[in-house]
Ligand binder design. Structure first.
Ligand code: SF4
Length: 247
């Protein structure tokens, strides 16, 4: 069945970086955004995938790995962008849960009509890359109104939501951005004070060397943030009682 196919470009086990506990992590192919710092450029294109699996394939694999999902672990779907394959992803999440397996997605939360996924998945990790509508559109192609609406929708479910901020000097650092991040996160916490968490990921260049191999240009030249850049954001969060965690 067409809707039961899932295209992936990588899979493997990971502890606590992609959701709670020990997890079997599937990287799904294709992404609707184009962040210039993306560390998985090989996963940006839907047809760049190396493997096509069915929902049944993944459920069987996950069930056989159940014994090693320690410390609240399970299956994480990441990317690329998981919601680019939303029909099969929703089906997979439901099947995994029916089999008693904890589910997590990592998403850029920028596509519409994915509410059923956000309602169903046990744990959601979502980026909030910039509080500026103009910067987000210009640099990544995404619409901030959709991102905000999706994060608010998830926060209202009362299920865990970890919001990640990739802090990148030329893109989203500085006092003005920090204030705008703080304002939105304070609003988000109103819907889920005990279930919404925040994490700052500082700019890195782990994926940079892949670009040349793929015939792509890596264009970021001013991404690294200073301690001052980080402290400006942390000070704003502290003022607003926004708790930052490290996973
Ligand atoms: S949303 Fe994620 S996968 Fe997509 S381009 Fe940006 S960093 Fe890469």
């Amino acid at each position: 069945m067409q809707n039961s196919s899932i295209r992936i470009f990588q899979k493997g086990f990971n502890y606590s970086q992609d959701g709670p506990g020990n997890r079997l992590v599937y990287h799904l192919s294709g992404c609707n955004m184009r962040c210039p710092w993306c560390s998985n450029p090989e996963g940006l294109f839907p047809d760049g995938s190396t493997t096509v699996l069915t929902v049944d394939d993944i459920v069987k694999e996950a069930v056989s790995a159940k014994m090693i999902f320690i410390d609240g672990g399970g299956v994480t779907l990441t990317g690329g962008e998981v919601t680019c394959q939303k029909d099969s992803v929703l089906k997979l999440i439901k099947e995994l849960r029916n089999n008693g397996i904890h589910t997590c997605i990592e998403t850029n939360a920028s596509l519409p009509c994915c509410e059923e996924i956000f309602d169903t998945v046990d744990y959601m990790i979502a980026d909030f890359k910039s509080p500026s509508k103009e910067a987000l559109k210009k640099i990544t192609g995404a619409d901030i109104d959709i991102v905000k609406s999706n994060l608010i929708h998830r926060a209202k479910t009362g299920k865990p939501l970890l919001v990640r901020i990739p802090l990148i000097r030329f893109f989203n650092s500085g006092k003005g951005n920090a204030t705008a991040f703080g304002e939105f996160f304070q609003e988000l916490k109103k819907y889920g004070n005990d279930t919404v968490f925040f994490e700052i990921l500082t700019y890195h260049e782990f994926g940079k060397e892949k670009y040349a191999k793929l015939g792509m240009n890596y264009t970021v030249t001013d991404g690294y943030v200073s301690d001052d850049d980080i402290n400006i954001l942390l000070t704003e969060f502290k003022k607003r009682k926004i708790n930052v965690i490290n996973t």
